[in-house]
Write a protein that binds this ligand. Structure first.
Ligand code: SF4
Ligand SMILES: [Zn+2]
Length: 329
């Protein structure tokens, strides 16, 4: 694809982006979206079990063109007490999940709220202490937050935790033409400033990098994914998660019709992961977000299963590899 076929990119209009969305499913703010247990490779190469609790709460105030996380949110503010109640019930489920996975224990926790953990509308201030108490058994706790919302609350929450806090921030892309059009309302300087603040406060950094970025030509996608990983590492990230952009929010379908977006292919995801790992070496863990990997399209049916297996193996081992296919190369 030649992104946009030479036309000027469409102006970002959050109201128009929202208008294209399918209706939001109704969620009970007192129930989590779910909890999973997965093995994840750390920066030292070790595979360890992580629990991820998908919390239900208020929607993010930003309107990124690629984001579908609003589907898992409620329309008003998160009620006080709801997140501790959700976390309590998710943790009650954890022993069963560990047993099913054949794992004894899990001391790593991700608390993903489909929004920003340090925004009081999404996570009421009064809930930070009970959440920290519930997370006491974990050595490491990851939460997600937009870099512009990283402030003194991060340090205060880190101080309440018994384990180490890690904040996951979306860098998305360092492509100078694409980043301002994503609706993220983020500059690289803001990302770097937030990263430096985290590190100065003794908080670890994880970064999200997109694969299949709108407004970036298909032939340049792997290059820019690797450049974005390099930038995240330079800002101090110890983990980088590559996120294949998935359609379904209405806006991406509109951009696709205008030739400004092409859903990423498994071959691209595999290449971006291999290049990202080559950038990182043994400095940091680079992985593809395993959720929804099955939904990523493959133009070539002959190598789909091999590429999925290669991506999963790279996630596990940290060793870059590329699938050779007689049909697509
Ligand atoms: S900042 Fe994050 S949660 Fe908010 S719209 Fe953008 S990608 Fe989605
Ligand atoms: Zn193939």
């Amino acid at each position: 694809m030649e992104a946009g076929s030479g036309q000027a990119p469409p102006a970002f209009d959050p109201a128009a982006v929202r208008a294209l969305r399918p209706s939001r499913p109704v969620h009970d703010p007192w129930r989590p979206q779910g909890v999973t247990v997965e093995l994840e490779r750390g920066p030292g190469g070790e595979l360890r079990p992580w629990a991820t609790v998908f919390l239900t709460g208020a929607e993010c105030p930003f309107t990124c063109v690629f984001c579908d996380l609003w589907r898992y949110t409620v329309s008003g503010p998160t009620p006080v007490g709801a997140l501790p109640a959700q976390l309590r019930s998710a943790l009650e489920d954890l022993p069963r999940l560990l047993l099913e996975a054949g794992l004894e224990r899990c001391d790593r926790l991700k608390l993903y709220n489909a929004s920003n953990f340090f925004e009081p509308r999404a996570v009421p201030e009064a809930d930070l202490e009970p959440i920290a108490r519930l997370a006491e058994e974990f050595e490491r706790v990851v939460v997600e937050c937009h870099p512009r919302l990283v402030d003194g609350r991060v340090r205060r929450f880190a101080d309440r935790l018994r384990g180490r806090l890690e904040v996951a921030m979306g860098l998305e892309t360092v492509h100078a033409g694409a980043l301002p059009r994503l609706g993220k309302q983020l500059t690289l300087e803001q990302f770097d400033r937030a990263a430096a603040r985290l590190l100065a406060d003794g908080v670890d950094l994880r970064a999200f990098v997109l694969v299949g970025v709108p407004f970036v030509p298909a032939a340049e996608q792997a290059h820019w994914a690797a450049a974005s990983v390099r930038h995240a590492l330079g800002a101090g990230a110890r983990s980088v998660a590559l996120i294949p952009v998935r359609g379904g929010n209405g806006e991406l379908e509109r951009l696709q019709r205008l030739d400004w977006f092409e859903p990423p292919d498994l071959a691209l995801v595999e290449e971006a992961l291999a290049r990202g790992m080559e950038e990182a070496g043994s400095r940091a863990a680079v992985q593809v977000d395993p959720w929804d990997l099955e939904r990523v399209q493959s133009a070539c049916r002959a190598c789909r299963a091999s590429r999925l297996a290669a991506i999963r193996e790279m996630n596990r081992t940290g060793v870059p590899r590329r699938t050779a296919c007689d049909d697509c190369g």
